[in-house]
Ligand binder design. Structure first.
Ligand SMILES: [Zn+2]
Length: 284
């Protein structure tokens, strides 16, 4: 029906814009994907692990697009977010409001790692006024959610040299909501937190029976499925990132579960197949 409508509109010279969010059912898991912002176009020089010519041969351009996807799941009738994104404009908040949902409806948030584009919306700036004047303060946005973060990620961002980081601020403001976990723990029914350290010291992937949510295990679907040796320059320990990437891509091809990435092309979820020395990603 959608296709019929699209071709009818196209014949009238009207373009059908992409939906603001998209709900997919993968196995038994219902996933709503919200585009957090318009895709960012980045140069190949942001990546290393192959020559620029090799990368250009894979990507066919001098640049690649990095999308931003936020995943909302329903587990045991509870809303669960995988990361929050950091944008109001097109992001999860707009989706919530569109559905007349409130951020307080979210009961659990699974954090893959504590970079701004994954945790930015854990807090918001609230403005107030009073008899002695107004001001603003930062507060937790998803006030009734438990926030699951790996122990090594918390330890890293709690170091004195990171006091001024957004991550440190979030750890302080949301302290009462944070649930630290060890890897290989079933943190929610059927959801396992797994070690994918490399991009950050506590980078986590979340595994269900149907989907592996990989955060920033890969940034560019165009480059890094074909050649998992390629790292984005944001990978803090590149050797560990390559090992984790290859191990988890091999695992999802063997188990045939879907993979969901924060920066994959919208809707950010699909299947992976082994091909040659690398892999191929087919988005849903
Ligand atoms: Zn990211």
């Amino acid at each position: 029906m959608k296709t019929l409508l699209a071709s009818l509109l196209l014949s009238l010279g009207i373009t059908l814009f992409a939906a603001e969010s998209n709900t997919l059912t993968v196995g038994k898991t219902e996933i709503t994907i919200s585009p957090d912002s318009t895709p960012r176009t980045v140069p190949l020089s942001l990546f290393s692990g192959a020559t620029e010519a090799e990368m250009k041969a894979i990507a066919s351009l001098d640049t690649v697009n990095l999308d931003r996807n936020v995943f909302l799941l329903e587990i045991d009738e509870q809303l669960v977010l995988v990361d929050t994104g950091d944008s109001d404009g097109r992001g999860f908040l707009k989706y919530c409001l569109g559905k007349k949902q409130h951020p307080f409806a979210v009961k659990a948030i699974l954090i893959t790692h504590m970079h701004q584009d994954h945790i930015g919306k854990l807090i918001q700036t609230a403005h107030y006024s009073g008899s002695t004047g107004g001001g603003s303060m930062q507060e937790s946005l998803f006030l009734f959610a438990k926030i699951y973060i790996s122990k090594p990620e918390i330890e890293y961002w709690s170091r004195p040299e990171h006091t001024n980081s957004l991550a440190a601020k979030v750890l302080k403001i949301c302290a009462d909501q944070i649930v630290p976990f060890d890897f290989d723990t079933e943190i929610l029914p059927g959801v396992w937190a797994r070690n994918a350290v490399g991009h950050t010291p506590g980078h986590t992937v979340f595994e269900t029976a149907d989907v592996l949510f990989v955060g920033d295990l890969l940034h560019s679907a165009a480059l890094q499925f074909a050649n998992p040796d390629i790292c984005a320059n944001f990978d803090m320990d590149k050797d560990a990132a390559v090992i984790a990437r290859k191990a988890w891509l091999t695992k999802v091809t063997e188990s045939n579960i879907a993979i969901a990435g924060a920066h994959f092309p919208f809707p950010g979820i699909g299947k992976v197949k082994a091909e040659g020395d690398g892999f191929v990603f087919e988005k849903f």
